[in-house]
Ligand binder design. Structure first.
Ligand code: GYE
Length: 331
């Protein structure tokens, strides 16, 4: 009897071990446009591999057709789970339905497909930032900061550096900025153009704004990389970033923290790239027979600035002083 139990036990252990080792998780990533993206890519790889699972990774270099091809190749390979973030929000229905037909559980991370697509595809979990709220926070921080330094009644000219055209992150952040900025009538948007979420394009667009617009008081950059590019352009034009022009970014990456602590950038609205822990937890839960959910999970996020103490949301959240948080930052 004892022998039988021992044999059964080792059989169970063997099966658990092989199934754990046997899981193959594939990730269709957008590209390598920003520090955020690098942190997201590194975190996912580390988190999946730490479980001893096989990890298949594809970098689409910002091209939707590359993502479509990657997803089809994941289907052909018969992977166990597919992780997906879309460079743009439309045009995914056909290929995601193919994933569904192949019965490969789909986990959405970061940029979701548009609502129409979401409504007709199957997915087992979704984790991403609330980009509309992040945009609102950029506007709230700016309006309240300007008032806090006695510029609440001054006509303030704002330029927006948008992210990749057609991406959920850019469209939703623009929508959030434009919605909340209405509450601060002294803030006027005088320019808005895509810098494609990269430092180089942020620099180029800021250069052209500086040439074509007489007075720029504030830059709202939809990610920190573009904010850093704008800072380069402002310095090159002989102005002092953070003083002559107020600069607000989004993401809260390490490079932005360094520049905020140095006083050359004013604030950043957090958007976390760290999803592997949630993804791993979900996969384990599903493997154990848990029920999938169609909820989109937004992580809790904060805002950081030079001094701290600025209200950055409609519900009265207050920014954290960057210098107090810099040592705990992990991306
Ligand atoms: O803000 C930006 C990146 O989709 C949330 O993409 C992401 C955005 C992030 O390139 O830096």
């Amino acid at each position: 009897m004892k022998k039988l139990v021992a044999v059964l036990l080792s059989l169970v252990m063997l099966m658990t071990a092989t199934s754990a080792l046997g899981l193959t998780i594939a990730f269709s990533q957008i590209g390598q446009e920003s520090d955020w993206r690098t942190a997201n890519t590194d975190d996912m790889k580390a988190g999946i591999e730490a479980e001893g699972w096989n990890y298949v990774y594809s970098d689409a270099q910002q091209q939707q057709p590359n993502q479509v091809a990657a997803l089809r190749s994941f289907i052909t390979q018969g992977v166990d789970y597919i992780l997906f973030t879309g460079v743009v929000s439309t045009g995914w229905e056909e290929v995601l339905k193919e994933v569904n037909e192949a019965e490969i559980p789909l986990i959405l991370v970061d940029r979701m497909p548009d609502a129409e697509t979401m409504a007709v595809i199957e997915y087992v979990g979704a984790f991403g930032g609330d980009f509309v709220e992040e945009g609102r926070r950029m506007a709230h921080w700016t309006g309240n900061y300007m008032a806090s330094v006695g510029r609440g009644d001054e006509e303030v000219n704002v330029v927006i550096l948008e992210g990749t055209t057609g991406s959920a992150a850019a469209m939703d952040r623009s929508a959030g900025i434009l919605e909340a900025i209405e509450l601060y009538p002294n803030l006027n948007v005088v320019g808005s153009q895509t810098g494609n979420f990269t430092r180089a394009e942020g620099l180029a667009v800021m250069e052209s704004f500086l040439k074509s617009i007489d007075k720029i008081d504030v830059v709202l950059a939809q990610n920190d990389d573009m904010a850093l590019g704008a800072i380069d352009a402002i310095k090159a034009a002989g102005m002092v970033p953070g003083v002559d022009i107020i600069i607000v970014g989004c993401d809260a990456v390490k490079n932005a923290f360094d520049v905020i602590v140095a006083g050359e950038m004013n604030a950043t609205i957090e958007c976390t790239p760290l999803y592997s822990a949630a993804v791993v937890e979900l996969i384990k839960y599903l493997e154990a027979g848990g029920e999938p959910s169609r909820d989109i999970i937004n992580p809790e996020e904060f805002a950081f600035c030079v001094e701290g103490g600025i209200v950055y949301s409609a519900d009265g959240r207050v920014s954290i002083k960057a210098a107090d948080a810099i040592d705990e930052r992990v991306y």
